[in-house]
Design a protein around this ligand. Sequence first.
Ligand code: KIV
Ligand code: NA
Length: 274
Amino acid sequence: MRRTIFDIRNMKAAGEKITMLTAYDYSSALIAERAGVQIILVGDSLGMVVHGHDTTLPVTVDDMILHARMVMRGSQEALVVVDLPFMTYATLQDAVTSARKIMQGGGGQALKLEGGAEMVPVVRKLTEMGVPVMGHLGLTPQSQHQIGLRVQGKDVRAAKKLIEDALALQEAGAFGLVLEVVPAELAAIISERLDIPVIGIGAGAGCDGQVQVWHDVLGLFEEKSPRHAKRFAEIGAQMTEALKVYVAEVSSGAFPTAAQSASIKPEILQEALQ
Ligand code: KIV
Ligand code: NA
């Protein structure tokens, strides 16, 4: 049985911290679940870390469906949340169409979208239609050309708006909220004031849970990870080292050996060659 939005809400009520992690394909979903991750996010960050784009903006609904399918096949217990891509929920009609395509096409149990009070009608509509919605406030990467890539909610007006937006999303029916790169003190207060779970990324330890990007926590890229990320391993370097050995062994003839090979009886080979 898959974890539900109710299980997640119960975790908050019980004071249990929630772990959310992005995963984008079958094998990563398998591993995330084996590690005990409770919520898998098929994030539109896949546009950058998987597809190699500079931003999340080029990601399409079809991209999300493809990756959501892989993640659903690789997981059995996780709550799987799928991002609605840039501009695919700009109007109510767009949101309904995108949500229908993803929920029918890819699976996933819930959708996530970026934006505050202006998204209330969309959140209300989707939740009324039976689609659980997670909000996403603060540094919302889909708006990066408008808001920049800096800490959000640092002045009085912005801090007030963040609190208002969070409450508005909860009121509209959101089952959870991601807070990205906002001051820790503010995120802690929002987590306290909201009944729904608040999952932080670069938002301090006071949130009800944390979300991180697969490639960041595993240290897949050699470049420095963003400040909000912690590298729990250096898998990228390990992969490079392993593949260097592979290349070296192919070059030298050390690989493959009989252990990796099949053989044929000499007399059969003899006869076949006649
Ligand atoms: O796309 C993503 O990975 C996200 C998380 C960073 C919250 O939205
Ligand atoms: Na995202």
